[in-house]
Design a protein around this ligand. Sequence first.
Ligand code: ATP
Ligand code: MG
Length: 377
Amino acid sequence: MHVLVLGSGQLARMMSLAGAPLNITLSAYDVTTDRVVHPLTQTPIEQTLDQAIADADVITAEFEHIPHDILAICEKSGKFLPSSEAIKAGGDRRIEKALLDTANVKNAKYYVINTRDDFDAAIEHVGIPMVLKSALGGYDGKGQWRLKELSQIDEIWTEMQECIAASDNQAIVAEQFIPFDREVSLVGARGVNGDVVVYPLAENIHVNGVLSLSTAIDAPELQQQAKSMFTAVANQLNYVGVLAIEFFDVDGQLLVNEIAPRVHNSGHWTQQGAEVCQFENHLRAVCGMPLGSTKLVRETSMINILGEDSLPQELLAMEGCHIHWYGKSKRPGRKMGHINITADYTGELQRKLCELAKLLDKEAFPAVHEVAEHIKA
Ligand code: ATP
Ligand code: MG
């Protein structure tokens, strides 16, 4: 089987690594340069997008911010999975919110803002504090504002207005601020035949809006809630592939924050911690193969490497420590790779996280230090 991936970042790279044992080969389409490349090496493949589409058995995507004309071309080929509808729901918060409502899953109260009058109506409807998010193009907490008091309105409106004017079809989605206890996410897959499998929930720690550390957790009650919301959303979309849903846990009740119609950063732990990883399961799903077991085989945490291109050598000598670099050039804050740390039981994982905190710089890996301090306390 040959799969063409829209997007040529680390997710396409890791799909390519996971596909190789099943004889699934990949090429990647870099949407920004309009080039077809090898997903591991980024070496250009002398092919137009049309040729790459013709060559592929299946087309899929590693991100949701894909120009609609490209989505339309791919959908027309009849090979594109999940679907342009699912990708658009992940890339436009207005469509995403409407989808969550249609699927009848709990999510934060919201209001769509196009004008200054809408902003006033949003404050009336949603209340303060609120989180304001650009409808299009948001990721890693970018394009967001927090309205905590009325005195901020003018300043925030000026910035939001600029944001709305800067791109076509842009708007702002105002959301009720949710005072959550923690953030968790569920990664799972739905097959061509409608089968659904999900991994154990991951508990996620964000620093400055960016995922920093994820740990697979055993929380049967939450898991059940999350799986039923996952199934409702996936069925609503007639989804095929891996889908991720981020939740707020408020006193044991889950509320959906957002969905990602693709493999997800909070599922990277599955490379070492699950029987079959999310990348392989995505390929299995879109290629029409049976889905693999999502069973947890090792307690695992995943730590993002942000803006760093080297790590202490001792990490490689640590039992259960696996480093995954993405082959990217260094830029401040950029997702450069991740570390999966595994153990046979929870206490041992905690001990290893404390060991990692001793080896990793506090500035670069604040979440590991935070978790280690919490464990020691
Ligand atoms: P991602 O990289 O996950 O795609 P994003 O830029 O799409 O991020 P969100 O996940 O919507 O943004 O928000 C980023 C973070 O901001 C969340 O993980 C959460 O910590 C916080 N946040 C978002 N919405 C709310 C809310 N309604 N109430 C409280 N906190 C929120
Ligand atoms: Mg998010």
